[in-house]
Design a protein around this ligand. Sequence first.
Ligand code: T3D
Length: 260
Amino acid sequence: MADSVLYEVDGGLATVTFNRPEAMNALDTATKEALRDALREAGGDPAVRAVLLTGTGRAFCVGQDLKEHVEVLEAGGGMTTVADHYNPIATAIATMPKPVVAGVNGVAAGAGAGFAFAADYRVAADTASFTTAFTGVALSADSGMSWTLQRLVGYGRAADLLLFPRPVRAEEALGMGLVHRVVPAAELAAEALAVARRLAEGPTVAYAGIKEALAFGSGHGLVETLAREDVLQTRSGASADHRTAVDAFLRKETPVFEGR
Ligand code: T3D
């Protein structure tokens, strides 16, 4: 894995860190490949029960590395990176059967913002900001943003933010539901870690069911969604953690979940 993405697993939590601070964590090919591989690894590893995605330096991730992109265009290369990288990365974040927390330490632009929006939970530093950026470089949308953004803030706001990209600062992002929590920048790392660790110690099967049910319900009607809830709730109800939780409740104790 390239040094531009760090991958660490500790106690059920995988931390994936953008690590090109000198380039504001812009996504060159090596970084995109490493990110895609790290997320796939985390998604498929049964020992990993939650994922924290964050960045080093003053940016979370400013999206496509436009310096490298120009080289590709000048070499006459076609645009295959959406299929090769952006789609698999967004898919891995949005569909892995475990919660993904974005610890947004600074500016998130273009696909960098898209990956944060694809996560299940966003904790942002008070100095962070988000910009869709795409139309600024005459692109439409990728990284799932046309799907995620309207679900987070509604169609009207999503259209506004995509047509007229601008920095949405953390407090405004909180107000419009783009992020779940805003914390002082100095506390971002600890707060995002605490949220992610809490999820890594939680009922993983139930979390997977919540994630799947939300995604399913946003694209289906009530009847189909109720049927899907039935399947997923039956699966959660058969988990060892469900039995543990009920027993602990009746004993007035705190359950210790094993993620199965
Ligand atoms: O085929 C495909 O590529 C399709 C896929 C596209 C996916 C995408 O993500 S497209 C969107 C790409 N991202 C952008 O368009 C964002 C461009 N950057 C900005 O709008 C601003 O830099 C920011 C809002 C992110 C931050 O602004 P600010 O004022 O804090 O910093 P700055 O001064 O603009 O930038 C600092 C440096 O970072 C600067 O370099 P320099 O002058 O110090 O050498 C700037 O050029 C560089 N930088 C920022 N973003 C990128 C970048 N370098 C390469 N790629 C970037 N995306």
